[in-house]
Design a binder for this molecule. Structure first.
Ligand code: PEP
Ligand code: MN
Length: 352
């Protein structure tokens, strides 16, 4: 259920209404929007509460919400969520570009790729220290050492960092080193992991399970939000279909659909979404045209020798740079800003 109040409502009156709601043993989440303020009510509310709210001064409308996810829904939070990390805004009108290898392989590899991501105009360095692999004998990532390598490269080059976390036990150490934690497609419904991520404030990029519906995806996000971490972004990374030419089928429609159902930023991953380098440029541009708030793209200096099989979908550095330069022209046509020459305001400006 949501109660909509006028935007002119005073803080005192809003607090009175919230106190009244809480007397019923349910939670009230206030979202102050540009045009209206919404109080989202979570928990089993008695019908009497709805009746009373309708009569309270300051309340304009009370609406029952039947969706199973609440905090993730746009009904509860009409304005877009903008996640601010060290000067970078994700989910607003700026396009966010995350680039880097599938896996952290060595300090030299990450240092060089970070330099190239920064030079091309990206804001976030990607790289997995813990890799979820289909087979147990495949390279599993270099672990904590990889987190340190990522953090060092981010600091040196003025980039945010994103890395995957696979188990609840590793959340704290990953959060101590990285700015954004990625939940991979295979872990979208690892509820213990999602619950643990709800207990911290580090932003989370939640990838869509490769066979998850929008409803299941948004319910997975709800786990993190319900735990108290509001900093969640959704990532469309392709789903499994009957087609085998591409590794996955990038569901471009997911971008506007998720943005209509939810206020959370939506990031597209054209690398895993296609599994083919030659498709990454077109699917990146299509994602931006579809309204994506950002992209996460694999890039490697020596993709033929990458330690995961994802070299085949990784851009070469010059392709990555050309893509970002094209996106600089495309972004304004799609209602976004993207400036590849933006001052490196981040370099050396924090310690983590
Ligand atoms: C990755 O980002 O390298 C990755 C393993 O992604 P996904 O979980 O989408 O397969
Ligand atoms: Mn990968």
């Amino acid at each position: 259920m949501i109660a909509i109040t006028s935007n002119k409502i005073t803080e005192d009156r809003l607090a009175e209404i919230v106190r009244h709601i809480e007397k019923f043993g349910v939670q009230a989440h206030v979202s102050r929007g540009e045009n209206r303020t919404v109080i989202g009510i979570i928990g089993k509310a008695e019908p009497m509460l709805a009746e009373q709210l309708r009569q309270m001064s300051g309340v304009e409308e009370v609406i029952k919400i039947s969706k199973s996810y609440k905090l993730a829904s746009r009904d509860f939070h009409p304005d877009n969520t903008v996640i601010r990390i060290k000067g970078v805004e994700i989910g607003g009108d700026e396009l966010t570009i995350m680039g880097g290898p599938c896996a952290v392989e060595s300090p030299q590899q990450i240092d060089e790729i970070a330099r190239l991501v920064k030079q091309a105009g990206g804001q976030v360095l990607r790289g997995g220290a813990f890799k979820p692999r289909t087979g147990p004998y495949s390279f599993q990532g270099i672990g904590v050492e990889g987190l340190e390598i990522m953090a060092e490269a981010g600091r040196k080059h003025g980039l945010l960092t994103i890395t995957e976390v696979m188990t609840p036990e590793y959340v704290d150490v990953c959060a101590a080193h990285a700015d954004i934690l990625q939940v991979g497609t295979r872990n979208m419904q690892n509820f213990d992991l999602l619950r643990k991520l709800g207990t911290i404030q580090t932003p989370v990029l939640l990838k869509r399970g490769f066979s998850a519906t929008y409803d299941e995806f948004l319910n997975a996000a709800e786990y993190i939000l319900a735990g108290g971490n509001p900093n969640v972004m959704l990532c469309e990374r392709g789903i499994r279909t009957f087609e085998t030419y591409t590794r996955n089928t990038l569901d471009l429609a997911a971008i506007p659909v998720l943005q209509s159902l939810s206020h959370l930023p939506v990031i597209s991953d054209p690398s895993h979404g296609t599994g083919r380098r030659e498709l990454v440029e077109s699917m990146s541009k299509a994602s931006v045209a579809a309204g994506a708030n950002g992209l996460i793209v694999e890039m490697h200096t020596d993709p033929d020798n990458s330690m995961t099989g994802d070299g085949v979908q990784s851009l070469f550095p010059d392709q990555f740079a050309r893509l970002l330069s094209d996106l600089e022209k495309l972004a304004p046509l799609c209602g976004k800003r993207f400036d590849t020459k933006k001052e490196p305001i981040l370099a050396g400006s924090w310690t983590k």
